[in-house]
Design a binder for this molecule. Structure first.
Ligand code: NAD
Length: 292
């Protein structure tokens, strides 16, 4: 397939490289990042997108996605696919899809789970919103870049799935970290705590697969001085998107709201920026009870 790829940062570059290695012709554009070997460099987003069968975007946020869509859609042919893999707000995903469909371009929102490691290994999970016809065209590309693609529904459904998943993740990691800090103060050994909880009803991905306590459970960023991994500021971005969406549809999400406040304080005021999102554990361990 002839593919345009816009936004070749930490995630986009290895995704584009995997498509190229699988035999697709990939033309890329990024404002700053270099192209991986074998990916042709275009001089603008519009040039990267023109005449391609599929245009993939992997960009920081919804405002940038909207601006890039304005730039690329005029040069895209009817029946081609605009495949956005960024994590953005549901409204931006739907607005871009409407704009694309008005031109006869098929649109998919397909945010990913699996991080930089999954992007490099081609084992991402895609959560996809958009029409069946668009999903069918993109499916072979999902197979190359990922291990699983779930067609969640109409435009915006992929972003909805992503922010609901990450709201669960943020709240679950926060409570897992605070439980370890409580266990410390109760004199309970962290290893014993892991042995019990990982096989009891408090188990979760945060505890079992990504344990926030160093030296306990499987290897995780906690064992590497909390270097990300999944950075706290990226978790904060996703939690904010969840709260923006909850506000828009009048959904009551108190745990997601509290997790957002916690990660906001951690990233903005407590030196959490640049640390893994599981670094809430040393933060809780160093603090006493908030009596405010
Ligand atoms: P990144 O900042 O490394 O990459 C974004 C790239 O977009 C940068 O190279 C930047 O130069 C480029 N860019 C920005 N504006 C542009 C424009 N107008 N035209 C062309 N290029 C432009 O970010 P990332 O970690 O690769 O994340 C990309 C997306 O994937 C984000 O939406 C993020 O939330 C999501 N995501 C990231 C991870 C992760 O672990 N990093 C995991 C899942 C989802």
């Amino acid at each position: 397939m002839k593919i345009g790829f816009i936004g070749l940062g930490n995630m986009g570059a290895p995704m584009a490289a995997n498509l190229m290695k699988a035999g697709h012709a990939v033309t890329g554009f990024d404002l700053v990042a270099d192209m991986p070997d074998g990916v042709a460099k275009a001089e603008s987003a519009a040039a990267a997108a023109e005449g391609q069968e599929v245009v993939i975007t992997m960009l920081p946020n919804g405002a940038i996605l909207r601006a890039v869509a304005d730039e690329v859609l005029p040069g895209m042919a009817a029946g081609s696919v605009l495949l956005d893999c960024s994590t953005v707000d549901v409204d931006s995903a739907r607005a871009v899809a409407e704009q694309a469909e008005a031109k006869g371009v098929l649109a998919l929102d397909a945010p990913v789970s699996g991080g930089i490691g999954g992007a490099a290994a081609g084992t991402l999970t895609f959560m996809v919103g958009g029409k069946d016809a668009a999903f069918a065209i993109a499916a072979p590309l999902f197979d190359i870049m990922g291990q699983k693609a779930v067609h969640c529904g109409a435009s915006g459904a992929g972003q909805a799935a992503k922010i609901c998943n990450n709201m669960i993740l943020g709240a679950t990691m926060a409570v897992t970290c605070e439980a370890f800090a409580l266990a410390d103060k109760l004199g309970l050994d962290r290893g014993k705590m892991f042995d019990v909880v990982s096989t009891s009803s408090g188990y979760s991905w945060s505890m079992n697969a990504y344990c926030p306590a160093p030296g306990v459970g499987p290897q995780s960023p906690a064992d590497n001085d909390y270097k990300p991994g999944f950075a706290a500021e990226l978790m904060l971005k996703d939690l904010r998107l969840s709260q923006q969406a909850a506000e828009a549809v009048d959904a009551d999400t108190p745990m997601g709201q509290r997790a957002t406040e916690l990660y906001d304080a951690f990233v903005t005021h407590e030196n959490g920026q640049g640390l893994d999102f599981s670094a809430l554990l040393p933060r809780f361990a160093a603090k006493g009870r908030d009596r405010g």
